[in-house]
Design a protein around this ligand. Structure first.
Ligand code: ADP
Length: 203
């Protein structure tokens, strides 16, 4: 069986970048954000439930989910946010489990579940080890702002709404410090690749 490594970190910490670095070692991954988008694509039962509940105002003209409209409803309404999660989370989890089962059955030594909500959505129960990508908040804000073309104030608000850095770090089995350059990151990923291959041999 292939080991499952959960990769998490705040917005802009470098989760996707780290996943691509592991891929250069032949490692496969599933991204929980991609799966979260898939479950609300047109034709999916979760989208039908959402439109039945919130009305057609949460759809774009071409029938896709209007994330911005939905966000503005649930952002200020805790009960609606919980309802939305009760519709999407079980479906996300079901798909994640199917992806993980498929990857676990291969003969690669390990694979990744990349998720911003690894701890918050209890997805850490699906993994053997948790890898946290850590960067100082100021860098997180500047990298998020330049990637997403939001201003620093908006990036700061997103960071503030997420799990605090120290709380996330306290739950980590392994940590990547992504405050350095691409070379530095590649070295840390190579070191962890060796570690995870050894774990697989001894597990
Ligand atoms: P996440 O998936 O955690 O939100 P990303 O992997 O998209 O984060 O990284 C956020 C941004 O920071 C991206 O634009 C990415 O190219 C950049 N980035 C990631 N790691 C580094 C690094 N070590 N040095 C410089 N820029 C980086």
């Amino acid at each position: 069986m292939s080991l499952t490594i959960g990769v998490t970190g705040g917005v802009g910490s470098g989760k996707s970048t780290v996943a691509r670095a592991f891929a250069t070692h032949g490692i496969d991954w599933v991204d929980a954000d991609d799966v979260a988008r898939e479950v609300v694509e047109p034709g999916e039962p979760a989208l039908t439930d959402i439109v039945d509940h919130f009305g057609p105002g949460v759809l774009t003209a071409d029938g896709h989910l209007d994330r911005r409209a939905l966000r503005s409803i649930v952002f200020s309404d805790e009960a609606e946010r919980r309802w939305l999660e009760s519709v999407t989370h079980p479906r996300i989890r079901e798909r994640l489990e199917a992806h993980l089962a498929r990857m676990a059955a291969t003969d690669t030594p390990y694979h990744l579940l990349v998720s911003p909500l690894l701890f918050e959505s209890d997805q850490h129960r699906l993994v053997d080890r948790c890898l946290v990508i850590d960067i100082p908040e100021a860098l997180q804000i500047s990298r998020t702002a330049s990637r997403d073309s939001v201003d620093e104030e908006q990036a700061r608000a997103i960071v503030a709404a997420q799990m605090p850095r120290q709380k996330r770090l306290a739950k980590a089995d392994d940590v990547i410090d992504n405050s350095g350059d691409a070379d530095d990151l590649a070295h840390q990923v190579a070191r962890l690749d060796r570690l995870y291959r050894r774990h697989r041999e001894t597990s």
